[in-house]
Design a protein around this ligand. Sequence first.
Ligand code: PAF
Length: 288
Amino acid sequence: MVIVHTVKELCDMLNSLRVDGRTVGFVPTMGALHYGHISLVKQSCMENQVNVVSIFVNPTQFNDQNDLIKYPRTLECDSVMLEKETSVDVIFAPSVEEIYPEPDTRTFDFGMLDKVMEGKFRPGHFNGVAQVVSRLFELVKPDVAYFGEKDFQQLAIIREMVKQLNLPVKIKGMPIIRDANGLAMSSRNERLSEDERKRAPIIYKTLSASKDWMKQNTVESVINKVIEEINNEPGFEVEYYEIVDGNTLQPINSWTDTDYAVGCIAVFCGDVRLIDNITYFNNNEDFS
Ligand code: PAF
């Protein structure tokens, strides 16, 4: 495993590895790695002969400067974890200047996909994600790139970006990895106090319970019940809970409005903002 910091080093390294039809698997990250990331890298390593992880805290996707400053930067620990747990070949850990030698002024149009949920509450966030991911794709030129389904809306945006830019990369969404108590793994969990961390599993517990509630309740009352249940937890506040069509991400009013219903939530636990989601049904795949 090598760690490279510049675009030149990355390109030289990839030129030497990308031979004999070897495919390149890529996992973009912002570091502070956990087993959710590791599961993506493991999948990449199972399916490709050359594997790259990027670790870059992308300033253009932070609408809150405080969040950017507080974002954990743990390259040393991250590389030890990757070395121990995976067979990744290259870690690309560039500076801001390497990724953006000039300010990126591109504006993407994702239609209604980024007007809801995260897009509504974090204006400009997905434009920044599209800027950095398209730039990383341009440099790494992966055959396959892996993203976690925890960031459900991000995955939809990236698929749309790849379609719009006609990029020759396959996007794979991978299931959410959870702690034993159900809490979705996230770099932000590290910022929870001990007490908040003990209580944060209420989010997934409530989402799971809502799969039962849906059997006898309207979409609106399930949404209200989820919000009420979580807001009852002292110090926790739901920013949004939306039940949407899993492809268009537009809110549904009735369970019969879609054949793929997903509930997406953002919750403040103290000042830490966590997101999670649950699939109520996806009739195109299965009935879980
Ligand atoms: O999901 C993330 O960690 C980031 O949004 C990504 C995709 C690495 C882009 O900075």
